[in-house]
Write a protein that binds this ligand. Structure first.
Ligand code: PLP
Length: 509
Protein backbone atom coordinates (compact mmCIF):
# COMPACT_ATOMS: atom_id res chain seq x y z
CA UNK A 1 0.00 0.00 0.00
CA UNK A 2 1.32 3.43 -0.88
CA UNK A 3 1.48 6.17 1.71
CA UNK A 4 -1.30 8.02 -0.17
CA UNK A 5 -3.53 4.93 -0.04
CA UNK A 6 -2.79 4.50 3.64
CA UNK A 7 -4.10 7.97 4.57
CA UNK A 8 -7.19 7.55 2.36
CA UNK A 9 -9.00 9.96 0.07
CA UNK A 10 -11.14 11.66 2.73
CA UNK A 11 -14.26 10.41 1.01
CA UNK A 12 -14.82 9.01 4.50
CA UNK A 13 -14.36 11.25 7.49
CA UNK A 14 -10.74 11.78 8.53
CA UNK A 15 -9.70 10.52 11.94
CA UNK A 16 -10.94 12.39 15.03
CA UNK A 17 -13.77 13.99 13.09
CA UNK A 18 -17.52 13.74 13.66
CA UNK A 19 -20.21 14.20 11.05
CA UNK A 20 -22.07 17.53 11.14
CA UNK A 21 -25.27 15.89 12.43
CA UNK A 22 -23.37 14.20 15.25
CA UNK A 23 -21.76 17.49 16.26
CA UNK A 24 -25.08 19.32 16.16
CA UNK A 25 -26.84 16.65 18.22
CA UNK A 26 -24.11 16.66 20.86
CA UNK A 27 -23.88 20.46 20.77
CA UNK A 28 -27.61 20.90 21.35
CA UNK A 29 -27.55 18.48 24.25
CA UNK A 30 -24.51 20.26 25.69
CA UNK A 31 -26.28 23.63 25.58
CA UNK A 32 -29.29 22.07 27.33
CA UNK A 33 -27.03 20.67 30.04
CA UNK A 34 -25.25 24.02 30.46
CA UNK A 35 -28.48 25.99 30.68
CA UNK A 36 -29.96 23.51 33.15
CA UNK A 37 -26.86 23.91 35.30
CA UNK A 38 -26.62 27.70 35.16
CA UNK A 39 -30.30 28.46 35.50
CA UNK A 40 -30.72 26.58 38.79
CA UNK A 41 -27.62 27.28 40.88
CA UNK A 42 -29.49 26.53 44.10
CA UNK A 43 -31.39 23.57 42.70
CA UNK A 44 -29.12 20.90 44.15
CA UNK A 45 -26.68 20.54 47.02
CA UNK A 46 -23.87 23.01 47.68
CA UNK A 47 -21.54 20.09 48.24
CA UNK A 48 -21.56 16.56 46.89
CA UNK A 49 -19.09 14.56 48.96
CA UNK A 50 -17.55 11.65 47.06
CA UNK A 51 -14.80 9.41 48.40
CA UNK A 52 -11.78 8.51 46.35
CA UNK A 53 -13.06 4.91 46.23
CA UNK A 54 -16.44 6.01 44.85
CA UNK A 55 -14.82 8.10 42.14
CA UNK A 56 -12.36 5.34 41.28
CA UNK A 57 -15.33 3.04 40.90
CA UNK A 58 -17.05 5.58 38.65
CA UNK A 59 -14.07 6.42 36.45
CA UNK A 60 -11.26 3.86 36.65
CA UNK A 61 -11.21 1.94 33.37
CA UNK A 62 -8.68 0.83 30.79
CA UNK A 63 -7.68 3.23 28.02
CA UNK A 64 -10.77 3.29 25.76
CA UNK A 65 -9.60 1.65 22.55
CA UNK A 66 -12.88 2.35 20.76
CA UNK A 67 -15.07 5.41 20.97
CA UNK A 68 -18.64 5.66 22.26
CA UNK A 69 -21.58 7.98 21.90
CA UNK A 70 -20.63 11.59 22.72
CA UNK A 71 -24.09 12.57 23.98
CA UNK A 72 -24.04 9.73 26.49
CA UNK A 73 -20.58 10.82 27.66
CA UNK A 74 -21.67 14.45 28.13
CA UNK A 75 -24.67 13.31 30.16
CA UNK A 76 -22.53 11.09 32.32
CA UNK A 77 -20.06 13.91 33.03
CA UNK A 78 -22.77 16.45 33.85
CA UNK A 79 -24.78 13.93 35.84
CA UNK A 80 -22.28 12.41 38.21
CA UNK A 81 -18.67 13.40 37.65
CA UNK A 82 -18.35 17.18 37.38
CA UNK A 83 -20.86 17.63 40.19
CA UNK A 84 -18.67 15.86 42.76
CA UNK A 85 -17.23 18.35 45.25
CA UNK A 86 -18.25 21.91 46.07
CA UNK A 87 -20.68 23.88 43.95
CA UNK A 88 -18.99 27.26 43.90
CA UNK A 89 -21.90 29.11 42.27
CA UNK A 90 -24.48 27.78 44.73
CA UNK A 91 -26.22 30.77 46.35
CA UNK A 92 -25.50 29.37 49.80
CA UNK A 93 -21.86 28.53 49.12
CA UNK A 94 -19.94 31.11 51.17
CA UNK A 95 -16.66 29.16 51.41
CA UNK A 96 -13.24 30.14 50.01
CA UNK A 97 -13.68 32.75 47.25
CA UNK A 98 -16.60 31.41 45.26
CA UNK A 99 -16.77 32.04 41.52
CA UNK A 100 -20.17 32.43 39.91
CA UNK A 101 -19.50 32.07 36.17
CA UNK A 102 -21.53 33.51 33.29
CA UNK A 103 -23.15 31.95 30.24
CA UNK A 104 -21.23 34.16 27.77
CA UNK A 105 -18.02 32.90 29.40
CA UNK A 106 -19.07 29.31 28.72
CA UNK A 107 -19.62 30.16 25.07
CA UNK A 108 -16.33 32.05 24.92
CA UNK A 109 -14.43 28.95 26.06
CA UNK A 110 -16.26 26.84 23.47
CA UNK A 111 -15.49 29.37 20.71
CA UNK A 112 -11.84 29.48 21.70
CA UNK A 113 -11.61 25.72 21.53
CA UNK A 114 -13.27 25.66 18.12
CA UNK A 115 -11.12 28.42 16.64
CA UNK A 116 -7.97 27.28 18.46
CA UNK A 117 -7.45 30.89 19.47
CA UNK A 118 -3.77 31.54 20.15
CA UNK A 119 -2.84 35.04 21.28
CA UNK A 120 0.86 34.23 21.46
CA UNK A 121 2.42 35.50 18.24
CA UNK A 122 0.76 38.14 16.05
CA UNK A 123 1.38 36.04 12.93
CA UNK A 124 -0.62 33.18 14.42
CA UNK A 125 -3.32 34.97 16.39
CA UNK A 126 -3.59 38.67 15.59
CA UNK A 127 -7.37 38.77 16.23
CA UNK A 128 -7.14 36.94 19.56
CA UNK A 129 -4.18 39.15 20.57
CA UNK A 130 -6.15 42.31 19.87
CA UNK A 131 -9.07 40.99 21.99
CA UNK A 132 -6.64 40.41 24.86
CA UNK A 133 -5.04 43.86 24.49
CA UNK A 134 -8.45 45.54 24.49
CA UNK A 135 -9.67 43.54 27.50
CA UNK A 136 -6.51 44.37 29.45
CA UNK A 137 -7.00 48.07 28.71
CA UNK A 138 -10.66 47.88 29.80
CA UNK A 139 -9.59 46.24 33.04
CA UNK A 140 -6.98 48.96 33.70
CA UNK A 141 -9.63 51.62 33.07
CA UNK A 142 -12.28 49.92 35.21
CA UNK A 143 -9.80 49.61 38.09
CA UNK A 144 -8.70 53.24 37.73
CA UNK A 145 -5.03 52.46 37.08
CA UNK A 146 -2.53 55.02 35.78
CA UNK A 147 -2.56 55.76 32.02
CA UNK A 148 -0.08 53.51 30.23
CA UNK A 149 -0.72 50.56 32.56
CA UNK A 150 -1.06 47.17 30.91
CA UNK A 151 -0.38 43.50 31.37
CA UNK A 152 -1.34 39.96 30.58
CA UNK A 153 -4.02 37.39 31.32
CA UNK A 154 -2.66 34.31 33.07
CA UNK A 155 -4.05 31.19 34.72
CA UNK A 156 -4.90 32.78 38.06
CA UNK A 157 -3.68 34.77 41.03
CA UNK A 158 -0.75 32.45 41.72
CA UNK A 159 0.70 32.86 38.23
CA UNK A 160 -0.01 36.59 38.29
CA UNK A 161 1.96 36.88 41.54
CA UNK A 162 4.79 34.77 40.10
CA UNK A 163 4.92 36.88 36.93
CA UNK A 164 4.97 40.17 38.85
CA UNK A 165 7.61 38.97 41.29
CA UNK A 166 9.81 37.80 38.41
CA UNK A 167 9.73 41.32 36.98
CA UNK A 168 10.39 42.81 40.44
CA UNK A 169 13.44 40.60 40.88
CA UNK A 170 14.80 41.29 37.39
CA UNK A 171 14.22 45.03 37.70
CA UNK A 172 15.56 45.56 41.20
CA UNK A 173 18.21 42.84 41.71
CA UNK A 174 19.70 42.54 38.23
CA UNK A 175 20.76 38.93 38.51
CA UNK A 176 22.17 38.95 42.04
CA UNK A 177 19.76 37.85 44.75
CA UNK A 178 22.32 37.50 47.54
CA UNK A 179 21.10 39.16 50.73
CA UNK A 180 17.85 40.18 49.02
CA UNK A 181 14.78 40.59 51.19
CA UNK A 182 11.07 40.72 50.32
CA UNK A 183 8.36 41.82 52.79
CA UNK A 184 4.69 41.02 53.31
CA UNK A 185 2.38 40.53 56.26
CA UNK A 186 1.72 37.09 57.72
CA UNK A 187 -1.77 37.42 56.20
CA UNK A 188 -0.45 37.38 52.61
CA UNK A 189 -1.44 34.49 50.37
CA UNK A 190 0.89 31.45 50.29
CA UNK A 191 1.25 31.91 46.52
CA UNK A 192 3.58 34.82 47.35
CA UNK A 193 5.94 32.51 49.26
CA UNK A 194 5.55 29.88 46.54
CA UNK A 195 6.48 32.40 43.84
CA UNK A 196 9.63 33.44 45.69
CA UNK A 197 10.53 29.77 46.14
CA UNK A 198 10.14 29.14 42.39
CA UNK A 199 12.29 32.19 41.73
CA UNK A 200 15.09 30.68 43.79
CA UNK A 201 14.83 32.70 47.00
CA UNK A 202 15.25 30.96 50.35
CA UNK A 203 12.34 31.13 52.78
CA UNK A 204 14.44 33.36 55.06
CA UNK A 205 14.44 35.97 52.27
CA UNK A 206 10.71 36.55 52.74
CA UNK A 207 10.04 38.58 55.88
CA UNK A 208 6.44 37.97 56.98
CA UNK A 209 5.58 40.74 59.46
CA UNK A 210 2.89 40.52 62.11
CA UNK A 211 -0.08 42.66 61.07
CA UNK A 212 -1.84 45.34 63.12
CA UNK A 213 -5.13 44.76 64.97
CA UNK A 214 -7.03 45.02 61.68
CA UNK A 215 -4.82 42.37 60.02
CA UNK A 216 -3.06 45.01 57.90
CA UNK A 217 0.62 45.36 57.17
CA UNK A 218 1.70 48.24 59.42
CA UNK A 219 3.77 50.83 57.49
CA UNK A 220 5.80 51.87 60.56
CA UNK A 221 6.69 48.26 61.42
CA UNK A 222 7.63 47.69 57.77
CA UNK A 223 9.75 50.86 57.67
CA UNK A 224 11.64 49.89 60.84
CA UNK A 225 12.37 46.40 59.54
CA UNK A 226 13.52 47.63 56.14
CA UNK A 227 15.89 50.14 57.81
CA UNK A 228 17.22 47.49 60.20
CA UNK A 229 17.81 45.02 57.37
CA UNK A 230 19.61 47.64 55.31
CA UNK A 231 21.77 48.52 58.31
CA UNK A 232 22.62 44.82 58.61
CA UNK A 233 23.90 44.82 55.02
CA UNK A 234 20.86 43.12 53.49
CA UNK A 235 19.15 44.26 50.27
CA UNK A 236 15.40 44.99 50.63
CA UNK A 237 13.86 45.03 47.13
CA UNK A 238 10.17 44.11 47.27
CA UNK A 239 7.03 44.66 49.31
CA UNK A 240 3.92 42.60 48.64
CA UNK A 241 0.83 44.36 49.97
CA UNK A 242 -2.46 42.49 49.98
CA UNK A 243 -5.59 44.20 48.67
CA UNK A 244 -8.08 41.93 50.37
CA UNK A 245 -6.60 39.11 52.44
CA UNK A 246 -8.25 35.77 51.86
CA UNK A 247 -8.95 35.18 55.56
CA UNK A 248 -10.62 38.43 56.57
CA UNK A 249 -10.66 40.71 53.49
CA UNK A 250 -8.21 43.13 55.16
CA UNK A 251 -6.59 45.76 52.94
CA UNK A 252 -3.00 46.79 53.57
CA UNK A 253 -2.72 50.62 53.60
CA UNK A 254 -1.56 51.17 50.03
CA UNK A 255 -0.77 54.87 50.11
CA UNK A 256 1.70 54.93 53.05
CA UNK A 257 3.24 51.66 51.89
CA UNK A 258 3.66 53.10 48.39
CA UNK A 259 5.31 56.22 49.88
CA UNK A 260 7.72 54.05 51.83
CA UNK A 261 8.52 51.95 48.75
CA UNK A 262 9.22 55.08 46.71
CA UNK A 263 11.52 56.50 49.42
CA UNK A 264 13.36 53.20 49.83
CA UNK A 265 13.49 52.24 46.14
CA UNK A 266 11.44 49.08 46.68
CA UNK A 267 9.14 47.43 44.15
CA UNK A 268 5.54 47.43 45.37
CA UNK A 269 3.38 44.51 44.26
CA UNK A 270 -0.29 44.54 45.28
CA UNK A 271 -1.95 41.16 45.49
CA UNK A 272 -5.54 42.04 44.67
CA UNK A 273 -6.56 38.52 43.64
CA UNK A 274 -9.51 38.67 46.00
CA UNK A 275 -10.19 42.38 46.36
CA UNK A 276 -8.91 44.46 43.43
CA UNK A 277 -12.11 43.97 41.42
CA UNK A 278 -13.99 45.98 44.06
CA UNK A 279 -12.28 49.06 42.57
CA UNK A 280 -14.90 49.07 39.83
CA UNK A 281 -17.36 50.43 42.43
CA UNK A 282 -17.21 53.74 44.33
CA UNK A 283 -17.16 51.96 47.65
CA UNK A 284 -14.37 49.63 46.54
CA UNK A 285 -12.39 52.57 45.09
CA UNK A 286 -12.45 54.23 48.52
CA UNK A 287 -11.55 51.01 50.36
CA UNK A 288 -8.64 50.38 47.99
CA UNK A 289 -7.31 53.92 47.86
CA UNK A 290 -3.76 54.05 46.53
CA UNK A 291 -3.91 50.71 44.72
CA UNK A 292 -3.03 52.58 41.54
CA UNK A 293 0.36 53.42 43.05
CA UNK A 294 1.59 49.82 42.99
CA UNK A 295 4.23 48.88 40.44
CA UNK A 296 2.36 45.66 39.74
CA UNK A 297 -1.05 44.30 40.60
CA UNK A 298 -2.68 40.88 40.63
CA UNK A 299 -6.37 40.71 39.71
CA UNK A 300 -8.31 37.48 39.49
CA UNK A 301 -11.34 37.76 37.22
CA UNK A 302 -12.20 34.15 38.14
CA UNK A 303 -13.04 35.50 41.57
CA UNK A 304 -14.90 38.82 41.84
CA UNK A 305 -15.41 39.39 38.12
CA UNK A 306 -17.47 36.21 38.02
CA UNK A 307 -15.54 34.30 35.38
CA UNK A 308 -14.95 30.55 35.26
CA UNK A 309 -11.45 29.20 35.91
CA UNK A 310 -8.65 29.86 34.73
CA UNK A 311 -8.56 33.63 34.52
CA UNK A 312 -6.05 35.73 36.39
CA UNK A 313 -4.39 38.94 35.30
CA UNK A 314 -1.12 40.71 36.06
CA UNK A 315 -1.06 44.48 35.49
CA UNK A 316 1.95 46.81 35.63
CA UNK A 317 2.46 50.55 35.62
CA UNK A 318 5.29 49.92 33.11
CA UNK A 319 4.08 46.90 31.12
CA UNK A 320 7.17 46.98 28.89
CA UNK A 321 9.06 45.43 31.82
CA UNK A 322 7.25 42.16 31.11
CA UNK A 323 9.07 41.94 27.77
CA UNK A 324 12.37 42.68 29.45
CA UNK A 325 11.92 39.57 31.61
CA UNK A 326 10.11 37.20 29.30
CA UNK A 327 10.87 38.00 25.66
CA UNK A 328 12.08 35.03 23.70
CA UNK A 329 15.25 36.74 22.49
CA UNK A 330 16.41 37.03 26.12
CA UNK A 331 16.07 33.26 26.53
CA UNK A 332 17.07 32.31 23.02
CA UNK A 333 18.19 28.81 22.11
CA UNK A 334 18.75 27.36 18.66
CA UNK A 335 15.09 27.32 17.65
CA UNK A 336 15.11 28.88 14.21
CA UNK A 337 11.50 27.98 13.46
CA UNK A 338 10.40 30.63 15.95
CA UNK A 339 12.08 33.47 14.07
CA UNK A 340 9.23 33.25 11.51
CA UNK A 341 6.85 34.55 14.15
CA UNK A 342 8.92 37.43 15.51
CA UNK A 343 6.81 40.57 15.82
CA UNK A 344 7.27 43.50 13.44
CA UNK A 345 6.49 47.20 13.78
CA UNK A 346 3.49 47.61 16.06
CA UNK A 347 2.62 43.90 16.19
CA UNK A 348 2.48 42.38 19.64
CA UNK A 349 3.64 38.87 20.57
CA UNK A 350 2.08 38.23 23.96
CA UNK A 351 4.18 35.09 24.40
CA UNK A 352 7.05 37.57 24.91
CA UNK A 353 5.22 39.00 27.93
CA UNK A 354 4.89 35.96 30.16
CA UNK A 355 5.60 32.33 30.86
CA UNK A 356 3.60 30.56 28.19
CA UNK A 357 4.53 30.23 24.53
CA UNK A 358 1.29 28.57 23.39
CA UNK A 359 -1.44 30.30 25.36
CA UNK A 360 -5.22 30.30 25.19
CA UNK A 361 -7.41 33.35 24.76
CA UNK A 362 -8.57 33.49 28.37
CA UNK A 363 -9.49 37.15 27.95
CA UNK A 364 -12.41 36.23 25.69
CA UNK A 365 -14.51 35.10 28.67
CA UNK A 366 -14.29 38.52 30.24
CA UNK A 367 -14.61 40.37 26.91
CA UNK A 368 -17.81 38.53 26.00
CA UNK A 369 -19.26 38.87 29.52
CA UNK A 370 -18.53 42.61 29.59
CA UNK A 371 -19.97 43.13 26.12
CA UNK A 372 -23.09 41.06 26.92
CA UNK A 373 -23.95 42.62 30.28
CA UNK A 374 -22.06 45.93 30.31
CA UNK A 375 -19.76 47.21 33.07
CA UNK A 376 -22.73 48.64 35.00
CA UNK A 377 -24.04 45.10 35.63
CA UNK A 378 -20.62 44.11 36.96
CA UNK A 379 -20.60 47.15 39.26
CA UNK A 380 -24.03 46.25 40.58
CA UNK A 381 -22.96 42.63 41.13
CA UNK A 382 -19.84 43.65 43.09
CA UNK A 383 -21.81 46.21 45.17
CA UNK A 384 -24.33 43.51 45.94
CA UNK A 385 -21.62 41.24 47.37
CA UNK A 386 -20.49 43.98 49.76
CA UNK A 387 -24.08 44.79 50.79
CA UNK A 388 -24.72 41.12 51.48
CA UNK A 389 -21.75 40.99 53.86
CA UNK A 390 -23.21 44.06 55.67
CA UNK A 391 -26.53 42.28 55.90
CA UNK A 392 -24.84 39.20 57.38
CA UNK A 393 -23.08 41.40 59.97
CA UNK A 394 -26.43 43.01 60.95
CA UNK A 395 -28.08 39.63 61.36
CA UNK A 396 -25.16 38.34 63.44
CA UNK A 397 -25.30 41.45 65.66
CA UNK A 398 -29.03 40.83 66.22
CA UNK A 399 -28.57 37.23 67.28
CA UNK A 400 -27.40 36.65 70.87
CA UNK A 401 -25.98 33.25 69.96
CA UNK A 402 -23.76 34.63 67.19
CA UNK A 403 -20.73 36.88 67.51
CA UNK A 404 -19.02 38.86 64.79
CA UNK A 405 -15.22 38.40 64.96
CA UNK A 406 -14.05 40.54 62.02
CA UNK A 407 -16.33 43.11 60.39
CA UNK A 408 -17.17 42.87 56.66
CA UNK A 409 -14.32 43.90 54.41
CA UNK A 410 -14.54 43.42 50.65
CA UNK A 411 -17.30 40.85 51.00
CA UNK A 412 -15.59 38.76 53.71
CA UNK A 413 -16.52 38.51 57.38
CA UNK A 414 -15.86 36.09 60.20
CA UNK A 415 -18.06 35.16 63.15
CA UNK A 416 -18.75 32.33 65.55
CA UNK A 417 -21.51 30.45 67.23
CA UNK A 418 -21.19 31.28 70.90
CA UNK A 419 -23.80 30.04 73.35
CA UNK A 420 -24.33 32.05 76.53
CA UNK A 421 -21.71 31.37 79.19
CA UNK A 422 -19.10 29.83 76.88
CA UNK A 423 -15.94 31.92 76.69
CA UNK A 424 -13.06 31.69 74.23
CA UNK A 425 -11.01 28.52 74.51
CA UNK A 426 -10.59 25.07 73.03
CA UNK A 427 -14.25 24.06 73.50
CA UNK A 428 -15.52 27.12 71.64
CA UNK A 429 -12.89 26.52 68.95
CA UNK A 430 -13.85 22.89 68.48
CA UNK A 431 -17.51 23.85 68.40
CA UNK A 432 -16.97 26.03 65.30
CA UNK A 433 -15.47 23.13 63.34
CA UNK A 434 -18.32 20.87 64.38
CA UNK A 435 -20.96 23.46 63.50
CA UNK A 436 -19.41 23.78 60.04
CA UNK A 437 -19.38 19.98 59.62
CA UNK A 438 -23.05 19.73 60.52
CA UNK A 439 -24.07 22.58 58.20
CA UNK A 440 -22.01 21.18 55.30
CA UNK A 441 -23.35 17.65 55.90
CA UNK A 442 -26.91 18.95 55.46
CA UNK A 443 -25.87 19.66 51.87
CA UNK A 444 -27.53 22.94 51.06
CA UNK A 445 -24.86 25.36 52.29
CA UNK A 446 -21.07 25.68 52.55
CA UNK A 447 -19.62 27.52 55.55
CA UNK A 448 -16.09 26.59 56.56
CA UNK A 449 -13.97 27.47 59.60
CA UNK A 450 -10.77 29.47 59.62
CA UNK A 451 -8.40 30.77 62.29
CA UNK A 452 -8.29 34.41 63.38
CA UNK A 453 -5.85 35.50 66.12
CA UNK A 454 -5.38 31.83 66.95
CA UNK A 455 -9.11 31.20 67.48
CA UNK A 456 -11.39 29.10 65.31
CA UNK A 457 -14.16 31.06 63.64
CA UNK A 458 -16.56 30.67 60.74
CA UNK A 459 -16.00 32.64 57.55
CA UNK A 460 -18.41 33.97 54.93
CA UNK A 461 -17.41 35.29 51.51
CA UNK A 462 -20.62 36.73 50.08
CA UNK A 463 -19.59 37.75 46.56
CA UNK A 464 -21.85 35.48 44.51
CA UNK A 465 -24.33 37.83 42.76
CA UNK A 466 -26.94 35.06 42.82
CA UNK A 467 -26.92 34.90 46.62
CA UNK A 468 -29.69 36.80 48.40
CA UNK A 469 -30.32 38.14 51.90
CA UNK A 470 -32.63 35.14 52.38
CA UNK A 471 -29.73 32.80 51.55
CA UNK A 472 -27.56 34.51 54.18
CA UNK A 473 -30.40 34.31 56.73
CA UNK A 474 -30.94 30.65 55.99
CA UNK A 475 -27.24 29.82 56.44
CA UNK A 476 -27.00 31.76 59.71
CA UNK A 477 -30.15 29.98 60.86
CA UNK A 478 -28.52 26.64 60.00
CA UNK A 479 -25.43 27.64 62.02
CA UNK A 480 -27.53 28.45 65.09
CA UNK A 481 -29.52 25.27 64.63
CA UNK A 482 -26.36 23.18 64.40
CA UNK A 483 -24.84 24.96 67.40
CA UNK A 484 -27.90 24.29 69.53
CA UNK A 485 -28.04 20.65 68.56
CA UNK A 486 -24.36 20.19 69.32
CA UNK A 487 -24.40 21.93 72.67
CA UNK A 488 -27.75 20.44 73.66
CA UNK A 489 -29.87 21.84 76.44
CA UNK A 490 -26.89 22.41 78.71
CA UNK A 491 -24.14 25.01 78.48
CA UNK A 492 -20.86 23.21 77.91
CA UNK A 493 -18.38 23.41 80.72
CA UNK A 494 -15.00 24.53 79.34
CA UNK A 495 -13.23 22.25 81.82
CA UNK A 496 -14.90 19.08 80.64
CA UNK A 497 -13.42 16.78 78.07
CA UNK A 498 -13.84 17.77 74.44
CA UNK A 499 -14.81 14.30 73.38
CA UNK A 500 -18.55 15.02 73.44
CA UNK A 501 -18.03 17.60 70.70
CA UNK A 502 -16.23 15.12 68.52
CA UNK A 503 -19.13 12.62 68.53
CA UNK A 504 -21.20 12.81 65.36
CA UNK A 505 -24.45 14.56 66.16
CA UNK A 506 -27.25 11.95 65.92
CA UNK A 507 -29.05 13.17 62.81
CA UNK A 508 -26.02 14.40 60.92
CA UNK A 509 -24.73 11.44 59.01
C1 PLP B 1 -5.14 37.15 48.06
C2 PLP B 1 -4.95 35.97 47.14
N1 PLP B 1 -3.84 35.90 46.39
C3 PLP B 1 -3.61 34.87 45.54
C4 PLP B 1 -4.52 33.85 45.43
C5 PLP B 1 -4.22 32.72 44.50
O1 PLP B 1 -5.07 32.82 43.39
P1 PLP B 1 -5.39 31.57 42.45
O2 PLP B 1 -6.15 30.61 43.31
O3 PLP B 1 -6.20 32.15 41.36
O4 PLP B 1 -4.09 31.01 41.99
C6 PLP B 1 -5.69 33.87 46.20
C7 PLP B 1 -6.67 32.78 46.12
O5 PLP B 1 -7.63 32.73 46.84
C8 PLP B 1 -5.92 34.97 47.07
O6 PLP B 1 -7.04 35.07 47.82
Amino acid sequence: MTAAEAVGTHADLPPLTLADEQMLRAGHRLVELVVARLSRPGGGPAHVPRSRAELEHLLAEPVPEHGEDLVGLLERLAGSVLTAGMRSDHPRCFAFVPSAGTFPAVLADALNAAFLSLPGAWLVGSGPTQIELVTVSWLCELLGLAPGSGGLFVTGGSEANLTALTVARDTRLRGDSRGARAYCSSQAHPSVAKALHILGFGRHQLVALEPDDGFRLAPDVLARRVRADRAAGLRPFLVVATAGTTGTGAVDPMRPIADLCRREGLWLHADGALGAAARITDRGRAALDGLELADSLTVDPHKWLFQPYDLGCVLLRRPSLLRDSFRLSRHYLDTGYLTASESRDDEVNLSDHGLQQSRGLRALKLWLSLKTFGASAFREAVERGMRLADHAADRIADDPELECVTAPSLGVLTFRYRPAGLGPGPVLDTLQGRVSEVVVARGDAMVLPTTVRGERVLRLCTINPRSSAADVDSVLGAVVDAGRRLTGPRTPDPRESLTWLRQPAPADR
